[in-house]
Design a protein around this ligand. Structure first.
Ligand SMILES: Nc1ncnc2c1ncn2[C@@H]1O[C@H](COP(=O)(O)OP(=O)(O)OP(=O)(O)O)[C@@H](O)[C@H]1O
Length: 259
């Protein structure tokens, strides 16, 4: 089987600072990849490259055989990108915003309207469909953002920390949604700090630290390599430079010395 996403020898620098170093990942159709790593590891940078938002990198990145650097528009049609934070047009209602997104993807009005209603109802926002978004909470906005990434029914869904701001029930819906989308054959690339969710939804976990891949395998494989631990413990043992409890002690001491 051909990989649907192929990342070969990917390196990226911002000025003199190298943030991705020789990343190699082949992703196959229908896989759910949990892409994890500490703050600043390079997750969002990888995602932006995959989505064609950053093009000054070294290496080769293809989506369905298309080069993301040169065939960016065709790549974008196949990807649903859900960023952690994005500016929504606050003066619009979700209905107006999502209809606008649907137009950009050339979706038929009827199909768009049905999908918008269904997705918003799944998130419990059916009553807010025609309410201006400047009155929305962070979680409500995040749900509109998720809806907008899924609207064109893309084959590949890239989520960059999509759960921030969502309440516990919405996290459950989102987990269920990821599993359902995977069952429908979608390929999912999922960046998150929520280890319990990643552990449950991913069939392969790629862990990066300091711009390099330090682990790549199913949760079961990682457990075999690292000892029978939770993903949170595996993450800590592969990425923490110092003891985390020592860091917490230092922080507590720093607070004491202030008072
Ligand atoms: N536009 C930029 N200019 C300069 N440096 C940047 C820029 N964007 C990101 N970086 C740096 O690149 C490194 C990787 O950042 P990136 O946002 O990819 O990390 P991340 O793994 O997504 O982190 P987080 O979990 O905190 O979101 C960080 O050191 C960051 O400071």
């Amino acid at each position: 089987m051909e990989p649907i996403i192929s990342i070969r020898n990917l390196s990226k620098s911002y000025g003199t600072k190298t943030v991705l170093q020789d990343i190699n990942v082949e992703i196959y159709p229908g896989q759910v990849i949990g892409y994890i790593g500490p703050n600043g590891a390079g997750k969002s940078t990888t995602v932006k490259i995959l989505c064609g938002l950053l093009t000054d990198y070294q290496g080769t990145v293809t989506v369905n055989g298309l080069d993301v650097k040169t065939q960016t528009l065709d790549v974008k049609k196949q990807i649903g990108y859900i960023p952690e934070l994005a500016e929504l047009y606050d003066v619009l209602t979700p209905n107006e915003y999502l209809q606008f997104t649907a137009t950009l993807y050339n979706l038929e009005k009827e199909v768009a309207t049905q999908r918008i209603e269904k997705i918003m109802a799944a998130f419990g926002l059916e009553a807010n469909l025609n309410q201006r978004m400047d009155t929305f909470s962070k979680g409500m906005r995040q749900k509109v953002l998720i809806a907008s990434g899924l609207l064109h029914n893309p084959g590949i869904i890239i989520l960059d920390e999509p759960l921030s701001g969502l309440d516990a029930n919405s996290v459950i819906i989102m987990k269920e949604l990821i599993s359902r989308l995977a069952k429908d054959g979608k390929t999912i690339f999922y960046c998150s700090h929520m280890m319990d969710v990643v552990e449950k939804v991913s069939d392969r976990i790629v862990l990066i630290n300091g711009g390099r891949i330090v682990a790549d395998g199913s949760f079961e494989e990682l457990k075999q390599q690292q000892g029978d631990k939770s993903l949170e413990q595996i993450f800590a043992s592969l990425t923490a430079t110092d003891s985390l409890s020592a860091a917490a002690d230092e922080l507590a001491k720093a607070m004491e010395s202030r008072s």
